[in-house]
Design a protein around this ligand. Structure first.
Ligand SMILES: NC(=O)c1ccc[n+]([C@@H]2O[C@H](COP(=O)([O-])OP(=O)(O)OC[C@H]3O[C@@H](n4cnc5c(N)ncnc54)[C@H](O)[C@@H]3O)[C@@H](O)[C@H]2O)c1
Length: 246
């Protein structure tokens, strides 16, 4: 692919293969972004559909050197990156802390939190140098409130919120914003890792009484990424159906 003109908007979306990431990537592509679709499992990206102007990048976001290689390949393809959406994540098992295996804790933290450090430490200076950019990190309402039996996930998502607030201040004044979204439970393949009881308990805590939808998440990300969202950074945008109280 020839390097793009500098006014062509480009985005990295991690975990773009399926679920929320796929929905975000497709929405952004319809708005004219070229998308670098990063995923550890690229098989669902064999059919690119709306994403045909972008490209597919195999990566393990938990691994710093894999992220470095993916970012180098993205710059090679696009020349620049306007938007980073850190979406890739895993839920981990549903069990109390006294049963939670140490290696599972480490893997959930690596995929859900370390990944955001790995990408931001590369993308932030690139955007800063260009004087423009948007970072949107997908946290969770669980990162604000906690939730029983998913301690690693809750800790990682709380970490994502703290990391985002910190880098937002490091980048303030540079033209680059960094924000989080905190979705409530959304019907995706992540459900396969959850118990029926956990899903029902999560739904019961949503005053609107229904699950969030992927297009609703994608619409919010598209707005945070837009020029219109110009004076908000370090913030966590809720998509909680009324659950969030702060
Ligand atoms: N589904 C929900 O209820 C919900 C609620 C709040 C927040 N979230 C968050 O939204 C994000 C997406 O969730 P989803 O429901 O679409 O999940 P999903 O399991 O449907 O999709 C996750 C994607 O991330 C990819 N991925 C996983 N590990 C990876 C790795 N190490 N490197 C690169 N890619 C990797 C997967 O291959 C997959 O394509 C996650 O961060 C999740 O924590 C989900």
């Amino acid at each position: 692919m020839n390097q793009l003109k500098s006014d062509t908007r480009t985005a990295i979306v991690t975990g773009a293969g399926r679920g929320i990431g796929r929905g975000i990537a497709e929405r952004l592509a319809r708005e004219g972004y070229r998308i670098a679709c990063w995923d550890i499992d690229c098989s669902p990206l064999d059919t690119l559909g709306d994403l045909h102007t972008g490209f597919v990048q195999p990566v393990d976001v938990a691994d710093a050197s894999s992220v470095e290689a993916a970012f180098a390949a993205t710059l090679e393809a696009f020349g620049h990156v306007d938007l980073l959406v850190n979406n890739a994540g895993i839920n981990g098992p549903v069990m109390p802390i006294w049963e939670y295996p140490v290696d599972t804790w480490n893997r959930v933290l690596a995929v859900d939190l370390n990944s955001v450090f790995h990408t931001c430490r590369l993308v932030a200076p690139h955007m800063r140098e260009r004087g423009n950019g948007r970072i949107v990190n997908v946290a969770s309402i669980v990162g604000k409130e906690g939730h029983p039996n998913i301690c690693a996930y809750a800790a990682a998502k709380a970490g994502v919120i703290g990391l985002t607030k910190s880098i937002a201040r490091e980048l303030a004044g540079s033209g680059v914003t960094a924000n989080c979204i905190a979705p409530a439970i959304t019907e995706t393949d992540l459900f396969r890792e959850m118990t029926k009881e956990h899903i029902e308990a999560s739904k019961a805590r949503i005053p609107m009484g229904r699950f969030l939808t992927i297009p609703e998440i994608a619409a919010m990300v598209a707005w945070i990424a837009s020029d219109e969202c110009s004076f908000t950074t370090g913030f966590t945008f809720d998509l909680s159906g009324g659950r969030a109280t702060y």
